[in-house]
Write a protein that binds this ligand. Structure first.
Ligand code: MG
Length: 162
C-alpha cells in the first residue's frame, strides 16, 4: 500500500467512514441485480476503487476542505457556503465525478440513485450534527457507485486496473 492510499484510508476512518460502510452501500446498490452477491465481493470492489489515484486525491482534498470548514478556517464567502452545504455550490459533486468516472459512465446512474436515497452511512454524513461533510458525503457515494460499476463490469470480463 503506498503512502497516499494509506493517508486516504486513515482520513476516511478518522471521519467515521469504514470499508464496511462502503461495502454495505455497494451491496445496497447491486444485490437486486446479481443472484448470490456476497458482501465479500462488494468489499473487494471497494478496496480496488480505493487503490485509484484519482479517488485518493478526491478523498484527501474533500476531507481537508470539510475539516477546515468545521474549524471555521475558510474565508468568506466560502466558509458559509461549505458549512451550510449550499445547494447551488456544486463543486463537491464535481470532485465526486472524478471518482464516478474511473469505471465508466454507468457509475453516474448508481451515484444519482444513492445520492437521492442516502442509505446507511450517507444518512449519518448528511446529519449536520455529526460535523461538516459537504464533500465527503458525495465522495463516499461516488466510491460506492464506482465500486458498483466495477462489480457490474467484472461480471462479464476481467476489469483492467492499473
Ligand atoms: Mg455534498
Amino acid at each position: 500500500m503506498d503512502t497516499l492510499e494509506k493517508v486516504a484510508l486513515e482520513l476516511l476512518k478518522e471521519r467515521g467512514v469504514t470499508l464496511n460502510d462502503m461495502t454495505e452501500l455497494v451491496y445496497y446498490l447491486q444485490s437486486q441485480y446479481h443472484d448470490d452477491l456476497s458482501k465479500e465481493e462488494c468489499y473487494d470492489n471497494v478496496v480496488k476503487v480505493l487503490k485509484k489515484r484519482e479517488v485518493q486525491n478526491a478523498i484527501i482534498t474533500g476531507i481537508e476542505i470539510d475539516r477546515l470548514a468545521e474549524e471555521k478556517k475558510l474565508t468568506e464567502p466560502l466558509q458559509t457556503i461549505i458549512e451550510n452545504d449550499e445547494g447551488l455550490y456544486g463543486v463537491d459533486e464535481i470532485v465526486a465525478f472524478s471518482v464516478i468516472n474511473v469505471y465508466g459512465s454507468i457509475g453516474f446512474t448508481n451515484y444519482g440513485y444513492i445520492d437521492k436515497l442516502k442509505p446507511g452511512i450517507l444518512k449519518d454524513l448528511n446529519d449536520k450534527s455529526n460535523g461538516c461533510h459537504t464533500f465527503l458525503d458525495d465522495i463516499v457515494g461516488a466510491i460506492a457507485a464506482a465500486a458498483s460499476s466495477r462489480l457490474a463490469h467484472s461480471q462479464d470480463h476481467e476489469v483492467e486496473d492499473d
